[in-house]
Design a protein around this ligand. Structure first.
Ligand code: IMP
Ligand code: MG
Length: 178
């Protein structure tokens, strides 16, 4: 009955304590950079970044507004970077300090397009924070301001990252063979 779980758990790459430590460190660094900021808009890209974002914002000692943005790609092979907006930002970004929060930067096509779209809203500042960076797969240049961990070319799941919607709730980051 049900799925057989034993023996099929993703191979650990980043453990829970390591993630917790790094997120706290990033929070301190970001908080320091924005110490004079009136309000920082932390904008998460659904759904993968949610887990990282809620942990990160709790480390910030600056006033924060949280919002979300969701995209879908049309299939990267035919139209890389052409993204469909599934859920737009609720808040106005004009004149505000915005920190875009992503789970992972892979080819970079999605982020590149999203950043260009957000710049049109005329924020006062726009920075990018990603939990993971997979630079070996990059096809489009993306200016990343804050990186949690840089990883090799593996397909990873957990701490928000999924494989066909599975494993997001895994408290650590693990490798799956795809
Ligand atoms: P890209 O940078 O435009 O290629 O797209 C990055 C998106 O692909 C991320 O937001 C993830 O949703 C997904 N993705 C890329 N690599 C992985 C991975 O290793 N595990 C889970 N999702 C991934
Ligand atoms: Mg994603």
């Amino acid at each position: 009955m049900g799925r057989q779980v034993t023996g099929t758990l993703p191979r650990p790459l980043l453990g829970e304590p390591e993630i917790r430590r790094r997120v706290a460190e990033l929070g301190r660094e970001i908080g320091e950079d924005y110490r004079d900021c009136e309000e920082l808009v932390c904008l998460g890209i659904l759904k993968g970044s949610v887990f990282f974002l809620v942990d990160l914002v709790r480390e910030l000692r600056v006033p924060v507004a949280v919002d979300f943005f969701q995209t879908a790609s049309y299939g990267s092979a035919t139209s890389p970077g052409e993204v469909l907006v599934k859920k737009d930002v609720d808040l106005s970004l004009r004149g505000r300090d915005v920190l875009l929060v992503e789970d992972i930067v892979d080819t970079g096509h999605t982020l590149n397009t999203v950043l260009a779209m957000l710049r049109l809203r005329r924020p006062r500042s726009l920075k990018l924070c990603t939990f993971l960076d997979k630079p070996s797969r990059r096809e489009a240049e993306v200016p990343i301001d804050y990186i949690g961990f840089t990883i090799e070319d593996h397909f990873v799941v957990g701490y928000g990252l999924d494989h066909d919607e599975r494993w997001r709730n895994l408290p650590y980051v693990g490798i799956v063979d795809v």
